[in-house]
Design a protein around this ligand. Sequence first.
Ligand SMILES: [Zn+2]
Length: 134
Amino acid sequence: MAVNRRFLGRRGQSVAAKEAVARRQREDDAPRLKDVAGHVTSLKFAIEETQDGIELAEVKHTRRIVLDHASARFEFACTEAKCEGGGHDITRDVLDGLEARKAEFGGKHACTGATEHAPCTRVLIFEAEAEYGD
Ligand SMILES: [Zn+2]
């Protein structure tokens, strides 16, 4: 079955796939953003990661949040291929910023996962831009 073939890859891919499913589940279980921060009319993130303090150009990206169905949970995957159990949950920082109606805010989050023999050293740096209605 073509569907199963995806899970036959390297172990790391399978772990990443499982973590992506779990992350999506946590996002689905969380309240909707429009219910907890209905005054937000636009939200986007600029994301960077560093490893051992060195900026990783290849993981830089921006993400615009589609507000209609957005989860009020903001969690980004760790992009270190060997990392297990990692990720960046910046929900509290984001909700605090939106609550305070900040047009721009940001922060850092150290990965909570581990690679084979050591804690993961990835750090996520985010900048958020938001707009608000009444
Ligand atoms: Zn990690």
